[in-house]
Design a protein around this ligand. Sequence first.
Ligand SMILES: *[C@@H]1O[C@H](CO)[C@@H](O)[C@H](O)[C@H]1NC(C)=O
Length: 212
Amino acid sequence: MVKMVVIPLFFIAALLCSPSSRAADFCVGDLKGPTSPAGYSCKDPAKVTVDDFVYSGLAAVGNTSNLIKASVAPAFAAQFPGLNGLGISVARLDLAPGGVIPFHTHPAGNEVLIVLQGVICAGFVDTANKVYLKTLNKGDTMIFPTGLLHFQVNGGGSLATAIVSFSSSQPGLQLLDYVLFANDLPSLLVEKTTFLDDAQVKKLKGALGGTN
Ligand SMILES: *[C@@H]1O[C@H](CO)[C@@H](O)[C@H](O)[C@H]1NC(C)=O
């Protein structure tokens, strides 16, 4: 008799604890609430509407009047809270002629890039220091595995646009040049750790807004 009760209880407990069990259909991010690497806390489901699942911020060409002649419009959980907890996100890249998305990494997400228009020269470097480089045309798709440094450069004479999507709603973005030249890390340490000379480091800090 005890056994007959214990076994169903065990199954119910296993169902509740299994990773595939779903406590809710979604968890639209509450941007005013606390956040963690796992994401934002959930907005009250009674207040969720279809507009929480629609984002129009990728519709327009981005402003490329800047140093890199390029624009990145992210639709990560912070911009598009409907993505929160779903393990996906998306962004739009626009590269004017001569534009570049400098070497960067997404610490928490694989990336897939689809070229919508123009030509993009893209590449990444793996942890064995091997280079994977390709010129991509309209419709071409390329993958950039989690954490690996990669870049995109306009490879043609006209605007190039791509949609990139990620296997995380908070993939993160860290740009190598910004790490080295856009903060207050002392120039002497930048020189020590990069083998660049003082003049070059000062020049790049000047261009990217770094100090020290
Ligand atoms: C694009 O960005 C530049 C530099 O920030 C700014 O001066 C310009 O007004 C912007 N253009 C548009 C159309 O928003």
